[in-house]
Design a protein around this ligand. Sequence first.
Ligand code: DC
Length: 222
Amino acid sequence: MNSQNVVIAIDGPAGAGKSTVSKLLAKMLNIRYLDTGAMYRCLAFKAIEAGLTVNDGDEASELLKGLEIQFGTGDPQPVFLNGVEVTADIRSPQVGEYASALSQFSPIRKQMVDRQKKMVADGGVVLEGRDVTTVVAPDATLKVYLTASLEERAKRRLNEFVDSGAATSFLTVRDQILQRDHRDITRDDSPLTVAEGAEVIESAGMSPLQVAEKIVSFLATR
Ligand code: DC
């Protein structure tokens, strides 16, 4: 298996460790990392700036047409929106809420998925996000559904917020994740679900490195 051609798609609920594991995997295999959630976050960031509400799906869909989203290399991976770096700006809880709400709108999802399919067409990429195993890359070399208990995921998200300097509490984060799970699982377009053929990894008690190594071991069987 030549890792330069592989497509590894990592799906799962909020806070399951998708980003940490995906970045680590991309580094281990020396392939690209595509954070599809960052693209929804870029749109959310612009929507907030434009004064839109979370219900303004049509306006946000129009807004998206004029947005150029690019990724650099590094950790954290730099994200550029129309040429301006927004890496830290798109990580706020408010942007996360907007991204989750706006991602419910099919015209937005369609544009995002079209862009993402092009970005993975050449292979050599780890992509992560809420529909990557089911819609963006259903034919990926390896599909992984990464999950953990609500408590565990809330703990991880809280640590990420604390590290980035955002003020919040465990109960607030847990509540947000619960609401996000509900929205992601029950939405009409591309609900969060375990794709056919996906390997399910329950990551409680495992370090990111252990999860990444497990994924590499699955890859060896493809
Ligand atoms: O993974 P994240 O928290 O950065 O994603 C932000 C939101 O974007 C998430 O609530 C759902 C949405 N999203 C999506 O609908 N499809 C994706 N492939 C990635 C993210």
